[in-house]
Write a new protein. Structure first.
Length: 418
């Protein structure tokens, strides 16, 4: 039997992706998902995802040429890695279909139809795995091939059927999975990170179909007496590696993306409160205790607590009439209502700090006003403090209340005015 020819263009022979790269990415995805899988082990969707990632890692570990040679040497059987790798790929294909069934029907669906469909998938792909080993045993002894077994033995009885069987089984599973993911991506109301992850999964399974098409083309070319072995030897491996990387990234992105988004949101909220925090720290002469190992969430909570605790003693120094006039002045300057409320609150806080420093207390106050709304809107107030020019303009406009409309004073949960 003649040796397969190399890539005639010489281009693909230089395009190589180590199988250990997708293995590392898939392992990272499995590690990220593992806590959830262990915690909610009874969730069939998580079990399906965990099984798929574990089998995908095993596929790339055992399909590496160095591992293939080691397994053949340890067992003493030439090409024993072939049915083993084919069986892992087939099991991965079955896991894809099980994941499809779980996604399509929902993790809580335990109907007879769903259980029957899952049993059929398990039975069918278990039968394929058994058939792969039987065909390998029937083929008899043969020469060891580490990289080009699919095309080298494409015309050998029993091995020919074995190669065709695993490629078709893998292709059917990837076709159904990619179709479901495509339909799911079009569903309205999906989380943005989940949608991006599904798009990466769809691209990964689409590349799997390219892998199957390339393998099948090279095998059929052998049947027809032509030599397109370079498709299987040089093109299929990097396509499979890219596919695995995209699939792993598709599982990682929704979790990692949401995590990074939440961390960024916490950090921005912490930074947003800095002007109000500094103002109250200067007025009170103290600040939040520094903790070297505090998490961003804890630092944000401490800063929010400090601000609210600092505002409570200022309540009796807040002039409700000034808050009303400031709100009207801000509206008169063209600020929208939400921005006007924040500017009015900032003016009232600055005035209260000055009143407390000068031991002045408005005589018109029968009791401390309700500052519930102010405590709830500390972020907007802190943003307003970043624009001292706007605050100065509002204070100037609120300084003379003559001719300005007056409304019920005070901070209330339901009132739109401060």
């Amino acid at each position: 039997m003649s040796r397969p020819a190399s890539d005639p263009s010489g281009f693909l022979s230089g395009f190589y992706i180590s199988f250990w790269i997708p293995t590392a990415v898939l392992t990272a995805a499995l590690v990220i998902k593992l806590p959830s899988i262990i915690r909610w082990w009874r969730d069939p969707l998580l079990r399906a995802v965990g099984g798929l990632l574990l089998l995908a890692c095993a596929v790339f570990v055992f399909c590496t040429p160095s591992t293939i040679a080691r397994v053949n040497r340890l067992t003493g059987v030439p090409n024993i890695s072939a049915p083993w790798c084919y069986a892992l790929i087939t099991a991965f294909s079955g896991s894809c279909l099980l994941l499809v069934i779980t996604w399509r029907n929902g993790p809580s669906d335990r109907s007879a139809a769903t259980r029957r469909a899952m049993r059929r998938v398990i039975s069918a792909y278990s039968g394929v795995i058994v058939a792969l080993w039987v065909l390998f045993l029937l083929a008899g002894p043969h020469e060891e091939r580490l990289r080009d077994l699919d095309t080298y033995y494409a015309t050998t009885p029993f091995l020919r059927e074995e190669i065709l069987l695993y490629v078709v089984a893998h292709g059917v599973a990837c076709l159904i999975t990619s179709r479901l993911i495509r339909d799911w991506v079009r569903t309205e109301g999906l989380d943005a990170w989940l949608r991006r992850g599904l798009k990466l999964l769809g691209a990964g399974y689409a590349l799997n179909l390219v892998f199957d098409a390339v393998k099948l083309t090279a095998v059929v070319a052998r049947w027809c007496g032509r030599d397109l072995d370079w498709l299987s030897t040089h093109l299929a491996p990097p396509v499979a590696a890219l596919s695995a990387i995209l699939i792993a990234a598709g599982f990682i992105l929704p979790h990692a993306g949401q995590y990074l988004h939440d961390r960024r949101r916490v950090r921005l909220a912490h930074r947003e409160l800095r002007p109000l925090y500094r103002l109250l720290r200067g007025a009170n002469g103290e600040g939040v205790p520094f903790a070297l190992r505090a998490t961003p969430e804890l630092r944000l909570t401490r800063r929010e607590t400090f601000i609210r605790d600092g505002l409570l003693p200022l309540a009796r120094h807040i002039d409700p009439g000034l808050g009303t006039r400031s709100y009207d002045a801000a509206l008169g300057l063209g600020h929208p209502p939400e921005r006007a409320r924040a500017l009015a609150a900032a003016v009232s806080i600055l005035d209260a700090i000055e009143n407390r420093a000068g031991t002045a207390e408005p005589a018109s106050l029968a009791g401390p006003p309700d500052i519930t709304s102010l405590l709830r809107e500390i972020g907007a107030v802190s943003r307003a403090l970043r624009r001292p020019g706007d605050i100065a303009a509002v204070r100037a406009g609120a300084a003379d209340p003559v001719g300005r409309p007056r409304v019920r004073a005070g901070w209330s949960r339901s009132s739109p005015r401060p």
